[in-house]
Design a protein around this ligand. Structure first.
Ligand SMILES: Cc1cc2nc3c(=O)[nH]c(=O)nc-3n(C[C@H](O)[C@H](O)[C@H](O)COP(=O)(O)OP(=O)(O)OC[C@H]3O[C@@H](n4cnc5c(N)ncnc54)[C@H](O)[C@@H]3O)c2cc1C
Length: 389
């Protein structure tokens, strides 16, 4: 089979690896508009389950991913001027730099005979006309999908809050939340390390706070300087970094939750963020993109026609995604309603963050929810108050 993969993100690259493993005679080319090693975004988090699935699917890349990841098993929340609250052994998480992840997948794909063309932007399907299958893995703003938005039934829900995805040289030992009160409302960030020298910092606030703090008219440098002051308490003098590569830029955005009614059109098939997105606060987009590709490769090799394979893939993934999509909706809503929870004592606030996917939480007074959930033992025990500084 001759396959063209549009976009060289985790979805396309992992698809090409699994497809070649399943049958080395496939002729596969990945087209990526950026140069090799250039990517937007910093580190991504993932959980145990992903690693287990990756080992099952392709031992070599899983081993490299594991060896290049860092992990944490403690979480800390700084809420306003209160003493930080920490919880140990809550949920073990892993982080890996996006650049490392893409490098590992590109090397593995290359070693299996996949052809990767960097600095090649695909503007329409005529450029990949000779392919039997076109894997559309060009992300949330997919050009190929947008050309047929009516056919795919694309729907986008734009999140209310503003966020910016940054890096820092501060290495956080624990997954770190910091909530800072300003004259214009609360602003917060989550920080997690992704290699031995860097962490990711995602900053988020309401549009009112964003405008009140002047971020709508600040330069990139001005914005970073102001954020460094606001989060000085957790950065320990380390800078925030806006650009992941020379051509990149740090931009405030609203998260776009994207769904598609159909996932294929003829020989075009959507994977990863081109097909669906889930709010970044559940840290699952990459894992879901990789899972898409494993199911697609299996469907392609177990079905008699391309049409049946693509239908089977779409059915399986749409149903598997529902819990994560629901969790992401509630998680995004939790942060959009954050002031509702910020009057709680910090340890209760941190505990409720762990329950932010709950469909009940938005409808129950937070203190009552905490008391009931704690009484039935579902909330984290063993919260410690650590002295400030
Ligand atoms: C702030 C933030 C934090 C996140 N944190 C996490 C996290 O912690 N854990 C996690 O699992 N997920 C996280 N995600 C989600 C994750 O980044 C995505 O779900 C994942 O990258 C999707 O992979 P993909 O391959 O589908 O798309 P992408 O990673 O977007 O890759 C698409 C690729 O296609 C290329 N491209 C685009 N158009 C073209 C074209 N026309 N021609 C050629 N190439 C093209 C792009 O340059 C890009 O390399 C986060 C997202 C955000 C916004």
């Amino acid at each position: 089979m001759k396959v063209a993969c549009v976009g060289g993100g985790p979805a396309s690259l992992y698809f090409s690896v699994l497809m070649k493993r399943a049958d080395p005679s496939h002729d596969i080319t990945v087209y990526e508009r950026n140069p090799a090693g250039a990517t937007d975004g910093w580190g991504v988090t993932y959980w145990d389950e992903l690693l287990e699935n990756l080992y099952r699917a392709d031992h070599e890349s899983a081993q490299a991913i594991s060896a290049n990841s860092v992990h944490w098993d403690s979480w800390v929340a700084h809420v306003g001027d209160s003493a930080p609250v920490m919880v140990d052994h809550w949920d073990e998480g892993f982080g890996i730099g996006r650049r490392e992840l893409l490098g590992i997948l590109a090397d593995r794909a290359g070693s299996l005979g996949v052809n990767i063309e960097f600095e090649r932007e695909i503007a329409g399907e005529d450029e990949v006309a000779g392919a039997d299958l076109v894997v559309v893995g060009d992300g949330v703003n997919s050009v190929l999908r947008e050309r047929h938005a009516d056919h795919f039934g694309t729907e986008v829900v734009v999140g209310r809050n503003m966020y910016i995805w940054l890096g820092t040289t501060k290495v956080f030992d624990s997954f770190t939340f910091a909530f800072v009160e300003t004259a214009h409302g609360w602003i917060w960030c989550y920080g997690y390390r992704y290699d031995t020298n860097h962490s990711t910092c995602v900053v988020e606030c309401s549009p009112e706070t964003w405008k009140g703090l002047g971020f709508h008219e600040a330069s990139e440098t001005g914005c970073l300087t102001q954020l460094e002051k606001l989060f000085a308490g957790i950065l320990d003098g380390h800078p925030l970094i806006g650009r992941a590569h020379a051509g990149g830029s740090a931009r405030w955005r609203n998260f776009r939750t994207l769904t598609n009614r159909r996932w294929s059109r003829g020989n075009l098939v959507l994977v990863g963020d081109a097909a669906h997105t889930t709010h970044f606060s559940i840290g699952a987009g990459t894992a879901l993109a990789l899972a898409d590709t494993a199911v697609l490769v299996a469907a392609l090799h177990e079905s008699t026609t391309l049409e049946t394979a693509l239908a089977r893939y779409e059915r399986a993934r749409k149903s598997a995604l529902r819990p994560a999509q629901r969790a992401a909706r509630y998680s995004a809503r939790f942060y959009e309603n954050l002031p509702r929870y910020l009057s709680l004592p910090p340890e209760q606030m941190l505990a409720l963050i762990s329950r932010r996917h709950s469909r009940l939480l938005p409808h129950v007074p937070p203190r009552l929810y905490y008391r009931v959930d704690h009484a039935v033992g579902r909330l984290v025990l063993g919260l410690d108050r650590h002295g400030a500084g």
